[in-house]
Design a protein around this ligand. Structure first.
Ligand code: ATP
Ligand code: MG
Length: 296
């Protein structure tokens, strides 16, 4: 049903409700109209727990399946909110190491000296506050995967130490003289241009080559033709579960979402739907999306 048919039908329903005062019947009919306007075609297409069926996402899923089955280091690139962490987890969950740990470290969020102890562990007494020996991620996730998120923010001094670990397959906890053999798969992610950083001297080229055996490039949402409605329905279903009530969306509101460029990608879309669901009275209409997505 087109938006103008929908509006005409709604107008008739409003007139009827005014006469009869039957608001429950009006709401029921309105819900039916909305689901006719934006039908969900069967199950929401997703692979590896990642929603999408656009040509770019299908190509990514194919590569992801192949890379998951191997043990090579993978570098995940993509703008903010495109799902880099989801892909990193999928590589682990669908690979040979899934029975072992997946441990993530955000290299941008931790100061350089702490990062070393987080990743490689430390010996008791090695610095103020180190009251006990502590295992780092590389030892704790032995046999599994270590995900180095925001690798472009890793300080150069730490990059050298990481490279040594990758080359030698063993770590030395801070303040210890004992080397520990480790077998971890490394998956790294960034939204920075590492090749450009290598040219500028802010990222080690040898480490870049080591991490970048395979690149998984996540397309921005604006390039995933047809995926916005799929993601919208996915998030609406998720929210219905959380809020304990169904939430619909009109064709006009969906069109406004499809026209938006999504600089914050899937995360931005999820936040917009979450906020709109709070304002919506059962069904999301353009006004619930707010400016600039649906200017009044
Ligand atoms: N294709 C998708 N299907 C379902 N959920 C998705 C999809 N892509 C991303 N998400 C969800 O969007 C949010 C952002 O994803 P994620 O954290 O993996 O992005 P990111 O690329 O790591 O972002 P950042 O660069 O900001 O760290 C998460 O809540 C994630 O579950
Ligand atoms: Mg992330």
């Amino acid at each position: 049903m087109s938006d103008s048919d929908l509006r005409a039908r709604l107008g008739a329903l409003v007139d009827e409700a005014r006469k009869s005062g039957d608001l429950v019947a009006l709401e029921t009919a309105w819900r039916e109209l909305v689901s006719a306007a934006t039908p969900v075609q069967g199950a929401i297409p997703q692979r590896f727990g990642i929603v999408g069926d656009s040509a770019k996402m299908r190509a990514l899923f194919e590569l992801l399946g192949k890379v998951a089955a191997t043990d090579v280091s993978a570098l995940i690139l993509g703008e903010t909110g495109t799902g880099k962490e989801l892909v990193a987890k999928a590589l682990h969950e669908h690979g040979k190491r899934k029975s072992k740990l997946f441990l993530a470290e955000n290299c941008a969020a931790v100061p350089a000296n702490l990062l070393e102890s987080e990743l490689f562990g430390h010996a008791k007494g090695s610095f103020t506050g180190a009251h006990v020996d502590r295992q780092g991620h590389f030892v704790a996730a032995n046999g599994g995967t270590v995900f180095l998120d925001e690798i472009g923010d890793m300080p150069l001094s730490m990059q050298s130490k990481l490279l040594r670990v990758l080359q030698e397959g063993e770590v030395r906890p801070v303040g210890s003289n004992k080397m520990i053999k480790v077998d971890v798969r490394i998956v790294a992610a960034t939204n920075k241009d590492l090749a450009a950083m290598c040219k500028q001297g802010t990222f080690r080229e040898d480490l870049y080559f080591r991490l970048n055996v395979i690149t998984l490039q996540l397309p921005p949402l604006r390039e995933r033709t047809g995926d916005v409605p799929r993601l919208v329905h996915f998030f609406l279903e998720k929210l219905a579960g959380e809020m304990g009530r169904e939430i619909g969306i009109t064709g006009e509101a969906m069109a406004a979402l499809e026209a938006w460029k999504w600089p914050g990608n899937v995360r931005e879309l999820e936040n917009v739907i979450r906020r709109a669901a709070v304002f919506a009275q059962g069904t999301i209409v353009p006004a619930d999306l707010g400016a600039p997505i649906a200017p009044a």
